[in-house]
Design a protein around this ligand. Structure first.
Ligand SMILES: [Zn+2]
Length: 130
């Protein structure tokens, strides 16, 4: 199986090879099912692609937040934004940038805001992770 860790001979040494998996499910509905703890939900019915969408200027609105289990086995706090017109979705990792219980060094824990992935809204029923 190509995604399992396996041993290869590399430059004459037996070496453990670990495939890096992308964290997001390939389809949006699969991603939504992988959000185990939903902390925010405000579903959007996209109205249809606009000229702004074609110019890649989407009107993103937050519609889901929660704790997501990635295909890489990592739990992340994610925030999902959907375009109110075409339904494109962007997924951001908003996990706290340090582990709970560690000393803060005088500052509050900050949330990350890393873009994890993007689902195209161009074809309503065939959103794919790119
Ligand atoms: Zn759009």
């Amino acid at each position: 199986m190509p995604h399992e860790a396996h041993i290869e001979n590399i430059e004459g040494r037996r070496t453990l090879v670990v495939q890096r998996r992308p964290p997001l499910q390939p389809k949006l509905d699969q991603l939504l099912h992988a959000i185990h703890t939903v902390t925010y939900r405000d579903d959007i019915m996209p109205g249809g692609m606009s000229v702004a969408c074609q110019l890649r200027d989407h009107r993103f609105r937050r519609f889901r937040e929660g704790r997501h289990l990635g295909l890489d086995g990592v739990l992340r706090d994610v925030a999902l934004h959907m375009c109110a017109d075409c339904g494109a979705v962007k997924v951001s990792d908003v996990s706290y940038d340090r582990l709970p219980g560690l000393p803060l060094g005088g500052r509050l824990p900050a949330r990350k805001n890393d873009l994890l992935g993007w689902y195209s809204g161009a074809r309503r029923n065939r959103r794919e992770y790119r």
